[in-house]
Ligand binder design. Sequence first.
Ligand SMILES: *Cc1c(COP(=O)(O)O)cnc(C)c1O
Length: 391
Amino acid sequence: MSKKYGIETQLIRNQLERSHYKEHSVPLYLTSSFVFDDSESMRAAFAEEQDQNIYSRFSNPNVTEFVDKLVLLEGAEAGYAFATGMAAVYNTIIPFLNAGDHILSASSIFGSTHTLFTKYLPKWAIETTYFNGNSLDELEGLVQPNTRILFAESPTNPGVDIIDIKRLGSFAAKHNLLLVIDNTFATPLLQQPLSLGADLVVHSGTKLLDGQGRVLGGAVVGRSELVREIYLFSRNTGPALSPFNAWILSKSMETLSLRVYKQSESALRLAHILEQRGEVSFVKYPFLASHPQYALAKEQMKAGGNVISFELVGGKTAGQRFMDALELFSLTANLGDSRSIATHPASTTHSKLTDEELEKAGIGKGLVRLSIGLETFEDIVQDVLNALDKL
Ligand SMILES: *Cc1c(COP(=O)(O)O)cnc(C)c1O
């Protein structure tokens, strides 16, 4: 589609060509395989001389539409979609790793990614060294001759720290590493890691891309030759996104801009209000002037995203009490949903960590993470303030 259109127009209008039924909204192509007119066209498709769907583990029209929208948003050359964000992370890194290779990863990463790196990859002698995203000076000392991948997320979860992606990009280029950025929290509307030097960008589509808590999905985008490696590997490991989930995700992308900017606006307004409260010792939100990396956030992101974290003075007891006093917010592990969500990491996702580990991960016992949804702003604020009043 012509570049003269705005991003919202492209996300809405960049869709599959109509079938002979001339449908206005793209239909769902629930089919496992595709037929050929003759043996020659089948041969040509298998030889990749002809761009044609063969089997939905390789490609499917609905999946292609979703990938195309993401490629467009990230300013990438190519992409491939997966059943989940974790399938995206795993199948993105593995094709580039041999036994004995090494990963350098930011310490603040998604829990399952951390488990994959720490518990499973060592089975194939692939070790990971973690670095603190707030002190990139230490990177030079951690890189090894066998380091292949540099991995990070920004903003981080649940600490909402900002990592300097451009600096990671120059470091990766200097040491010939593949920089992989998990861009789930920011979405490509707010942050485009490829333009900052990343080689590959992975997503959990489960979060803001769907944005309504309905489907699981994931994707990777980047340069064609890198994505091709991932595609060829994934054709054989089989983590493909289902056409149905891709269809949902493609429709969701039509409203992505409306949702993400509205959620970011509500999150920023609520963050300002939380800063004024005595029960709260600090609030972390990228676009709050008090954020330690505020200037970097402004440079790297177009808005602050929908996640706020704040520390309650009363510690763990206050954290759990706050959660129980909420009426509107959902207590659930997901995020990026149209419904506002609260989590208390110290009693849930990070409950197995020792006090020392919690401190190292920058997670206070009274830390609460909010994922701001699309409800009426006044209702969101009221619910949070009422819960604070009950502490
Ligand atoms: C949720 C999430 C994932 C994993 O995605 P799934 O779709 O749940 O597999 C990976 N990275 C980040 C940052 C996430 O928030």
